[in-house]
Ligand binder design. Structure first.
Ligand SMILES: Cc1ncc(COP(=O)(O)O)c(C=O)c1O
Length: 440
């Protein structure tokens, strides 16, 4: 989480426009963000991540299991940057992957095959083959999302002469309104494409039992993202545990996995922590007499979201009829898509708070030619200049970025121990032009 502090005067030289000496500077990971963007490799727009913060959150989550057998499968879609995945692997996380490419990346970042689960409704044959053969014995489990997929995994395992471990991702058919989250990130209702409908579980059990090439090792569910109350999550976990009790006499179960989705505080508060979800889920697991099974979870956002910011430069101001004010920045919806996609709000704050008191409302917008390229109204100084940070952008930021409108992917900067440890520079715009001309 970025903090603001008064820097030592020596650091105030070379201040950004609008950030005079002695100003309060916004920090991340113990470094003023202003110093980060002034690094010649960085510039704007840039994502900046605090790896120590991510590792700290991963450790806190592990601690919530109090030594009980568990697997924290980091949902790599949230942020798949190598330094992030490596840091979380070192902090003891496995991975939840959703493509063959994520699977390869997880293993190249040091995550063992038997700490990887693979979700997703439409895995290709090539991706299934990769999962079945990864490491020496395949990944921990392919999370089958339909009865039809179970048949496809069986066919691939048979063709390879191997046995594939599967888990069943259940669709717990929760009321779509039971989670206090946006409908696009609510996945556990019966109209969602995700998971095996409860009525098909007997068929799924029969298919797994009949195959010599499948071993059913787990039951799982994931109901949605940015969940800020435990009720819906626990309702889904209850379904997983109930089905696990039915399965355990018939199959060599190793784990139950209740998914990710733990919400974070984007500024409006978040009353529960990931550890609260885990404590409540463990109590429910014990009520069902399943403590001997490993308890899995698949957090993405809650490990990385609060530890990243998107830094952008203010390009210009525009004042329209009726005093409407727009602040145009050099980051757009192609860099951070969540506001356009889910009407998400990220706080926008100047890097140097002495650019003035926040007395005016500015609509902060990007350069992309879409009305939805809009980061919403924010209280900012009367005449903002210099740079701003969009907070809590560590999850579903860069990993969803595009090059729409001929724009480059933003730079990425990784901080650890109070210093920059790695930078991925912005790709030159010529790459985009070359790509458009690449057809032969
Ligand atoms: C199957 C699965 N697991 C885990 C996650 C991670 O969710 P979050 O980032 O909200 O923790 C997702 C995200 O959509 C998902 O689809």
């Amino acid at each position: 989480m970025p903090t603001s502090r008064r820097p030592d005067p020596a650091r105030s030289e070379g201040a950004l426009p609008g950030a005079p000496a002695g100003s309060d500077l916004l920090e991340l990971g113990g470094i003023p963000l202003r110093d980060v963007v002034l690094d010649p490799r960085v510039g704007t727009p840039s994502y900046v991540y605090d790896l120590d913060g991510m590792v700290g959150d991963a450790r806190a989550l592990h601690a919530a299991f109090e030594g009980a057998p568990h697997l924290v499968s980091y949902a790599m879609k949230a942020n798949s940057a190598g330094p992030v995945v490596r840091a979380l692997a070192e902090a003891g996380c496995g991975a939840d992957v959703v493509s063959g490419a994520e699977l390869v990346l997880a293993m190249r970042c040091g995550i063992a095959a038997d700490a990887i689960v693979y979700s997703g409704v439409a895995k290709t044959d090539e991706e299934l083959d990769l999962a079945i053969t990864a490491g020496h014995d395949g990944i921990l489990a392919i999370q089958a999302e339909s009865v039809e997929e179970i048949a496809r995994v069986d066919a691939r395992a048979r063709a390879l002469g191997r046995t594939a471990r599967i888990s069943l991702r259940l669709n717990p058919a929760l009321d779509a309104d039971s989670l206090d989250t946006h409908r696009h990130i609510n996945t556990g209702h019966d109209e969602a494409k995700f998971g095996i409908p409860l009525a098909s579980i007997p068929t799924a059990f029969a298919a797994a039992a009949a195959s010599r090439h499948l071993t059913l090792v787990g039951l799982t569910a994931h109901v949605g993202s940015q969940v800020t109350a435990t009720d819906g999550y626990l309702a889904s976990a209850r379904v997983v545990f109930r089905v696990a009790r039915e399965a355990r006499g018939r199959f060599p179960l190793r784990f139950v996995d209740t998914g990710g989705g733990f919400g974070i505080d984007y500024g409006a508060g978040c009353p529960v922590t990931p550890a609260d979800f885990i404590r409540a889920t463990r109590a429910l697991q014990a009520e069902h007499g399943l403590e001997d099974l490993m308890l899995g979870c698949e957090p993405g956002r809650s490990l990385v979201g609060a530890h990243g910011v998107l830094v952008a430069k203010i390009i210009q101001q525009k004042v329209g009829d009726g005093g409407r004010r727009w602040l145009m920045i050099d980051a757009g919806m192609n860099d951070l898509m969540r506001p356009a996609l889910y009407q998400a709000r990220h706080r926008v704050v100047p890097l140097a708070t002495t650019t003035g008191e926040p007395t005016a409302t500015w609509k902060v917008v990007g350069p992309v030619c879409e009305s939805s390229d809009d980061f919403g109204p924010h209280e900012l100084p009367e005449a903002p200049v210099g740079h701003v940070a969009l907070l809590d952008a560590g999850a579903y930021g860069y990993s969803m970025a595009s090059r729409y409108n001929g724009r480059a992917f933003p730079a990425e900067v990784f901080l650890r121990g109070g210093r920059i440890v790695a930078v991925k520079e912005r790709r030159p715009l010529a790459d985009w032009v070359d790509d458009c001309l690449a057809a032969r």
